[in-house]
Design a binder for this molecule. Structure first.
Ligand code: PLP
Length: 411
């Protein structure tokens, strides 16, 4: 797991201060004094780099944003109040009525309803595909397509995308690729694989202790020469590129989403998220190893486990080749029926029953009766939600303790 080593140094060094208070200051002020009218004018026209108002940016949050941007090799980042805030910011800043999204794989319940219900009400159409339907995806692209949206790991269907292949389709067609990398921070670096924007729910493994709701969108730099954001498809970007050059996706996100919709991060959550980042690169390899140990042991004992580390999984080869640094904390158990799933959840002593994932603790949830209870049968089938499906997020406990507890609960 040498892959995570470089981040161990980066995170602790960039979160802490070398002089004065070591822990980052929490600037909880909503507003900022400008001192003079000249400074005020400069702050508003962007020539003076000082905080304007916390909806548009906050010093504590700015620190988190710069660490997140560096983590993914982006030019900048915008932290948000939640993961859904990040997805809303990234998508709404690129969309107008009449536009289309192509959504691939997954899909997290909130993202599904954002695309299929909320954005639909504003005249935006989304086409949904499985990760392996590459030809159909290609054939669905029109001049109205503004976004290809992809989850790095299907939650909860555990299917893995060929991110490079999807990025090639997006880049050949000149369409923005947004990757939701919530489940695989550090393990997968979407910008390096050809994505334009990465979105995170930092609520999950990044903050890691179920203590801070938050999200973040990380943006790539606009290229000096040709760039998809310089084409007529993204015509409004011209003014942001003129004003901010390679940084243009940041003012685009702030002025076309954050300013008017207000999904801004708060300083306290940004601080707690940075504390999570300090240990992220230590927690991840531990959990990724435990997930494999638990998945294989339970599978050997005859439980119906879904995880791509198992040779029976259709994306096992992709897991070994493209996801050699793991695919996050999740696995699923199909208990066969709602009754059997409830019996398991009532008997497990280790798992905490909750909708969250990526915590230090092991978490579990019956899918059909909770997150997907509003969804019709056909949609559940598309998303892989069966009656007995339990989603597990493995924590930092001793993996043998988890195995023993789960085998007992499954009896
Ligand atoms: C949780 C989650 C979200 C939404 O994040 P919130 O912080 O709960 O708003 C989006 N995508 C994925 C993959 C998630 O797991």
């Amino acid at each position: 797991m040498t892959h995570f080593e470089e981040y161990c140094t980066k995170f602790v060094q960039s979160v802490g201060n070398k002089a004065g208070a070591i822990s980052p200051a929490i600037v909880s002020s909503a507003a900022f004094a400008y001192e003079t009218p000249e400074t005020a004018e400069g702050i508003f026209n962007g020539s003076v780099k000082k905080p304007l108002y916390s909806r548009m940016g906050n010093p504590t949050t700015a620190r988190l944003e710069s660490i997140m941007a560096e983590m993914d090799g982006g030019i900048g980042a915008v932290a948000t109040s939640s993961g859904m805030g990040a997805t809303t910011l990234a998508t709404m800043s690129l969309l107008a009525s009449g536009d289309e999204i192509i959504s691939i794989g997954g899909l997290f319940g909130g993202t599904y309803s954002l695309f299929n219900e909320t954005l639909q009400r504003f005249g935006i159409t989304t086409h949904f595909f499985d990760v392996d339907e590459l030809e159909a995806i290609q054939n669905t692209i029109t001049e109205k397509t503004k976004i290809l949206f992809l989850e790095s790991v299907g939650n909860p269907n555990m299917r893995l995308p060929d991110i490079k292949a999807v990025a090639k389709i997006a880049n050949d067609a000149g369409i923005a690729l947004i990757v939701d990398n919530t489940i695989t921070p550090l393990s997968i670096s979407p910008l390096k694989l050809g994505a334009d924007i990465v979105v995170y729910s930092t609520t999950k493994i990044i903050s890691g202790s179920s203590n801070a709701l938050g999200g973040c969108a990380v943006f790539r730099a606009i290229n000096e020469g040709d760039d998809k954001f310089k084409t007529p498809r993204y015509g409004w970007m011209t003014k942001f590129i003129k004003g901010a050059g390679k940084m243009a996706l940041i003012p685009n996100a702030k002025k076309r989403a954050l300013r008017d919709i207000g999904m801004s991060a708060n300083a306290q959550a940004s601080y707690q998220t940075m504390l999570g980042l300090e240990t992220l690169a230590l927690r991840l390899p531990r959990v990724i190893q435990s997930v494999e140990v638990v998945a294989k042991a339970l599978d050997d004992e005859g439980l119906n486990i879904n995880h791509p580390c198992l040779s029976k999984h259709p994306h096992h080869k992709r897991y070994q080749e493209d996801f050699s640094n793991g695919c996050g904390t999740l696995l699923t158990i199909d208990m066969g029926s709602k009754e059997a799933a409830y019996s398991f959840l009532n008997k497990t002593k280790i798992a905490t029953i909750t909708a969250n994932i990526g915590d230090t603790r092991t978490l579990a949830l019956h899918m059909a009766s909770t997150i997907y209870s509003d969804f019709d049968d056909q949609t559940r089938k598309f998303l892989g939600i069966t009656d007995g499906l339990i989603r597990i997020s493995i924590g930092l406990e001793n993996p043998q303790d988890i195995i023993d507890d789960f085998l007992e609960a499954a009896k």
